[in-house]
Design a protein around this ligand. Structure first.
Ligand SMILES: [Zn+2]
Length: 398
């Protein structure tokens, strides 16, 4: 708890934290973290990207425990930081107990999970997914390029990388950032999968005319087909989607945007998320069909352009069951649930067995300074994670 509270001092903003990737506060927090790792007996380094890694010495096989210490602007004190400090605590506890030689720990704080410059920058670098061209093109919200920010940070440790010959699993603990654990009165969550996402820009075109003088039959309304499409989505997605499907129409605009002008064009951005790629395919096929049908019927000119696509990442069920067993040993029946938010585990889990443990968020609030979790839940989560590693060590030895 003391380390979590100390980390929250870097970039403190009211009851929360403003510590975006490569800000002064983020760099200072990363240096502090590496120092705390060394004080705890870990071998620590910060690589060029800003990934901080602390490793317990002497073990041939390790578990990677990671998350991120960067935040969104004016974010909360636990998001990401929790999972990193859990890793530090588990590593120190195993060193103190003399068990870190059997199965070592690599604690990682990945850089820029929140996408100030490039979403999942550190985790993608860890997995060898980063192209130099993507690095060169990334631009921060503060006007700096990513390469400038990297150069100014002057981190030069050896690259923190995935090594499947040594690392047997990836564990990430995180606050839920949603209301389900609290609503169901559960204190531990085990993540089944991190949902995939499809995001589209929908545009339509027509012709601007006087809204009072142009008869309805003679209009080419650029907004109406777009609005009809969105109404259809609202009516049909509850039937087409699954129990955990979510969708959002986050932006709608009509041009020129005056009450007495027939719209000449419309634009909306919509997205949907689900853990099942086949369901995402079915939803995408449905909206493509609606666009084709609308355009076939007359002079509507709807266009659908994909703008983002993330595949769902399944967590390793056997690893999740170890977390569940560790929770049950504390008398806690965990809730299995998908994660609607992206996490570093979404990237790392494509390469090695990964599992995520959730603890409740008070009121489901996150990405805001009000974000908080009861101290008893924070402590319980650390114990369950520690016990999970102990169980993995026994399994690894056997
Ligand atoms: Zn996070």
């Amino acid at each position: 708890m003391a380390d979590l509270r100390r980390l929250a001092e870097f970039g403190k903003f009211g009851s929360g934290v403003d510590r975006t990737a490569f800000s002064e506060a983020d760099l200072a927090a990363r240096r502090w973290l590496a120092g705390r790792m060394r004080e705890g007996g870990l071998e620590a380094r910060i690589d060029r990207l800003g990934n901080v890694c602390g490793r317990t010495p002497g073990a041939a096989r390790t578990v990677v425990i990671g998350s991120h210490t960067d935040t969104v602007p004016k974010g909360g004190w636990l998001d990401g930081a929790l999972g990193v400090i859990y890793g530090l605590e588990v590593a120190r506890a195993r060193l103190a107990a003399g068990t870190a030689k059997d199965l070592g720990i690599e604690v990682v704080s990945f850089q820029d999970e929140e996408g100030t410059f490039l979403p999942f920058l550190g985790a993608r670098g860890f997995c060898g997914e980063l192209e130099e061209t993507a690095l060169a093109e990334a631009q921060g919200k503060d006007g700096r390029s990513l390469l400038e920010a990297i150069a100014q940070a002057e981190f030069s440790g050896a690259p923190v990388r995935l090594d499947q010959s040594r690392q047997v699993a990836y564990l990430e603990a995180h606050i839920e950032q949603g209301p389900r654990l609290e609503a169901e009165g559960r204190r531990i969550g085990v993540v089944t999968e991190i949902v995939g996402l499809r995001r589209f820009r929908l545009t339509s075109e027509g012709r601007a005319d006087h809204a009072g003088t142009t008869p309805m039959a003679l209009r080419r309304d650029g907004g109406a087909p777009l609005l009809a499409f969105l109404a259809r989505l609202g009516a049909e997605f509850p039937v087409l989607g699954g129990p955990d499907t979510v969708w959002n129409i986050g932006s709608v605009a009509l041009a020129p945007g005056a009450s007495n002008v027939v719209p000449s064009a419309g634009e909306a951005v919509l997205e949907f998320r689900d853990g099942d790629a086949r369901r995402l395919d079915r939803l995408e096929a449905a909206i493509r069909g609606w666009v084709a049908a609308a355009n076939a019927g007359g002079d509507a000119s709807l266009r659908l352009a994909p703008i983002a696509r993330e595949a769902p990442t399944a967590m390793a069920p056997a690893l999740g069951r170890v977390i569940a067993a560790a929770a049950q040993a504390h008398g806690i029946e965990p809730l299995w649930l998908p994660s609607g938010a992206g996490h570093d585990a979404m990237v790392v889990g494509r390469y090695i067995d990964a599992a995520m443990l959730f603890i409740p968020s008070i009121g489901g609030r996150s990405h805001d300074i009000v974000e908080d979790t009861a101290e008893a839940d924070i402590v319980l989560g650390a114990q369950v994670l520690s016990d999970t590693v102990a169980r993995l060590a026994r399994r690894d030895a056997g």
